[in-house]
Design a protein around this ligand. Structure first.
Ligand code: HEC
Length: 123
């Protein structure tokens, strides 16, 4: 019985290690934490820092081509029609956003993509 103890211990340790790595860092290997992708605390701040200078409700008509990205309902519209992810991933056929600025980091794009995949919740 004793000789089974070590392999079993290693198995248990490895199992726990794998779980916790995924829990801590989201997608393994990317270094990008996508475990929490709430609209209020993850997605909105990214839009606030990178998009609302042109797409806030008060300025959208003048500088954002009439496109508002401040409130959940408006963001969801562009998430639903594919334009949110298309523009920020610089997919051909979409206007690259942020307009005239640098592309979002891979991690920020992944967070928004994950929020969309998880059902675009207003959480
Ligand atoms: C400097 C101003 C500016 C910034 C910053 C900006 N946009 Fe835009 N955005 C525009 C303008 C102007 C348009 C209208 C289309 C055009 O002129 O390219 C537009 C259009 C869009 C559209 C609609 C595209 C279509 O095909 O209908 C989306 C979606 C969008 N922006 C998302 C974003 C996101 C997401 C960010 C932040 C990551 C962002 N924009 C940052 C100015 C901006």
């Amino acid at each position: 019985m004793k000789k089974f103890l070590l392999p079993m211990l290693l198995l248990v340790m490895f199992g726990c290690y794998y779980d916790s790595e995924e829990g801590l860092y989201g997608k393994p290997g990317t270094g990008c934490d996508t475990t929490v992708t709430k609209f209020s605390t993850e997605v909105k701040p990214i839009l606030q820092s990178n998009c609302l200078t042109c797409h806030a409700n008060s300025v959208a008509a003048g500088s954002g081509g009439g496109i508002k990205l401040q409130d959940y309902a408006d963001v969801k519209t562009y998430a639903d029609n594919g334009k949110l992810i298309g523009t920020i991933s610089h997919t051909s056929g979409f206007d690259a956003m942020p307009k005239g600025g640098g592309k979002l980091t891979d991690c920020n794009i992944l967070i928004i993509q994950t929020w969309i995949t998880k059902g675009k919740l207003n959480d």
